[in-house]
Design a protein around this ligand. Structure first.
Ligand code: GLO
Ligand code: MG
Length: 322
């Protein structure tokens, strides 16, 4: 197994203030500069962005303003020695995205979503990344009869085609569906778990097609709201298998980053605010060591003998540390 080093990143939203559906923030909002300094201090390599993390109030700004602000940000990142990993259009806050963005029933809203996405590509260009992430947050329906799913697929294809045509170099990572040559995917642990899937299988599947262009590691305890727990927090063995899948497929060898889409627990005190990020990376690196020291030879022999009970115990005792 190669001894490749991984590169790590997170987004400004991953230093969140604790608001949830049942309560308001419990930690004070911090500036972008504070968050960038925190990322530096933790020794991470890159930052992920929504288009409006990069250019706040992007809809109210002219192209010239967007260019100016993105370039200033690019300089700030360069001075800090931090790369921009990706930019994602935030298509779930604006009132025009209330009934979906690309798949809204209102053509004006669909137009807005595409225009906003093209601007997001411009921001990515200014920040020096070719990776656009699409989290299709509101592209669904509350009731089946409210939308024509057949048409919605066409709308999604139209939107993606418009983005690919806007810039011949960009690549799009969809959370979570692979498609044509310049469209790959971003797998998030919690999203696979919420869909009742095993994230490690999804990683293997995407990587067998060379399509895993980014990754949001976190954890999720069962089928409830999107928890974005620290990586490995709910199920260490599932986390181990994700790392093993990344290792065996050589994730990172084309420059891909390991991103942690994790949030602090709501009761977290301000002085412990960054721990979930550092902890996720610590767990990840410890699991890399576990994946590399796993007795593959013995595992192979047990598989040959169809002795899965012993294989199961081999994994358990390896993780427990004998
Ligand atoms: C939420 C998503 C979200 C996206 C981010 C980038 O469940 O995982 O965090 O990753 O907005 O598009
Ligand atoms: Mg995510």
């Amino acid at each position: 197994m190669s001894k490749r080093n991984y590169k790590f990143c997170f987004g400004p939203w991953n230093i969140s203030e604790g608001q949830d559906p049942y309560g308001s923030p419990v930690r004070p909002a911090q500036t972008f500069d504070w968050k960038l300094a925190a990322l530096k201090k933790l020794g991470f390599d890159a930052m992920m962005f929504h288009d409006d993390d990069a250019v706040p109030d992007i809809d109210g700004k002219s192209d010239a303003q967007v260019r100016k602000e993105s370039k200033l940000l690019k300089k700030k990142l360069a001075d800090a020695g931090v790369a921009a990993e990706m930019v994602a259009p935030r298509l779930w806050f604006d009132p025009r995205t209330i009934d979906g963005a690309y798949t809204s029933n209102d053509p004006k809203c669909r137009k807005y979503a595409i225009e906003r996405s093209l601007r997001c590509i411009d921001v990515a260009n200014h920040l020096g990344t070719d990776l656009i992430v699409l989290w299709l947050a509101r592209e669904g329906s509350y009731i089946r009869e409210s939308k024509n799913a057949r048409k919605c697929v066409d709308y999604l294809v139209e939107a993606i085609d418009a983005m690919l045509a806007h810039d011949k170099k960009i690549r799009i990572s969809i959370e979570p569906k692979p498609d044509a040559k310049r469209v790959g995917c971003l797998i998030e642990s919690a999203h696979s778990i919420l869909a009742g899937l095993d994230t490690a299988d999804d990683i293997d599947f995407a990587m067998s097609f060379g399509k895993l262009w980014s990754l949001h590691l976190n954890d999720q305890n069962g089928l409830k709201f999107d928890q974005d727990k620290p990586f490995g927090s709910a199920n260490l063995r599932v986390a181990f298998n994700q790392v093993r899948a990344l290792e065996r497929n050589g994730y990172g060898k084309n420059g891909e980053y390991v991103c942690f889409d994790v949030h602090p627990f709501r009761p977290t005190k301000v002085e412990h605010w960054l721990a979930h990020l550092d902890n996720s990376r610590r767990t990840f690196l410890k699991l890399v060591a576990k994946a590399r020291s796993f007795d593959e030879k013995q595992a192979k022999a047990l598989i040959k003998d169809r002795n899965y009970a012993a294989l199961d115990q081999l994994v358990i005792e390896h993780l427990l540390g004998r």
